[in-house]
Write a protein that binds this ligand. Sequence first.
Ligand SMILES: Nc1ncnc2c1ncn2[C@@H]1O[C@H](COP(=O)(O)OP(=O)(O)OP(=O)(O)O)[C@@H](O)[C@H]1O
Length: 341
Amino acid sequence: MSGLQLQDLTKRFGSVNAVASVNLSVPQGTFVCLLGPSGCGKTTLLRMIAGLEEPTEGAIVLDNKDMTGVPTHQRDFGMVFQSLALFPHLNVGENIAYPLRIRGVDKAEQKRRVEELLELVRLPGLADRPVAKLSGGQRQRVAIARALALRPKLFLLDEPLSALDAKLREAMQVELRQLQQSLGITTIVVTHDQREAMTMADLVVVMGEGRIRQAASPIQVYRKPSDAFVADFIGMTNLLPLKGNGDLLGRSFPSLGMAVGPRGGHLSVRPEDIRLVSPDQGTLTGTVTFVRDLGGTIETFVDVEGTSIVAVTTPRERTPYVAGDNVGIHLPVESCVVLKG
Ligand SMILES: Nc1ncnc2c1ncn2[C@@H]1O[C@H](COP(=O)(O)OP(=O)(O)OP(=O)(O)O)[C@@H](O)[C@H]1O
């Protein structure tokens, strides 16, 4: 099978299990985002794939070839780090040509390839510009062009956009995705930003404590999170405590109790799926505690038996409630996810 396979990949630093038995199959041409909170092992996993960190156990297979013991420079990947690591004393063209020069590619071919890469990252004609005179977004593109200079099979990026301001970062996410799609190159990006992952990825890999908690398409991870950790990490959600006997915030729902099992768990409901209705029509009832009107959306916080539930609506749907209002909360069955634990 072409593509990348991670087989039981494990990295221990002393007693710390940084990456614990990771299994993942990445078809050729897939855009993967490794997503998770700080310290969950994303960078260590990426560094093992790059050959910068030796696995304690397990194997890395690329296009049916075991790469595990292969030295970094023979792995055929391009990498972009958060720091970018551009050479400040070289101009744009020299930075991009650097890997070609090291491989002994002749001067004319270097020049041709640099021009092609500058076109690709939308910086045509900037080869002679000193790196110091570039904007943050332009530097980013130079680092990407340099990483792609040798036409690698695998493109690896560690928090590549985190130094950019929010607007530029969003624009670069779209650019990076479009670039990846036009090249069809298998790409793995480390990020702790779930919006970034949802924007770019075909496959979102949510990690927690060194393990994969869920690996699925962005919409699946959002709509069908595998556990409360994933539901909470991906976007905003309401995690409502659900007891094994079907008790949900003082109301009884025996069928939910059956679904969650005797030990109980949570019901995950996205704020945009909740409808606020009159108190007698709700699945639950509560009291509005706070309304955040953000212009485009309105967040209404409702206290139900001591648990705060947030509903998101648009101004077109209705006029805002005010704190102290009594409201009903309608939980649509089809968009509620029962989570054990
Ligand atoms: N060289 C090392 N020596 C010892 N422990 C390490 C080393 N590198 C990473 N760790 C530990 O391994 C765990 C995973 O770290 P890693 O950097 O992979 O996480 P991360 O998800 O990338 O976090 P962040 O988003 O903060 O970069 C952490 O507990 C970290 O302290």
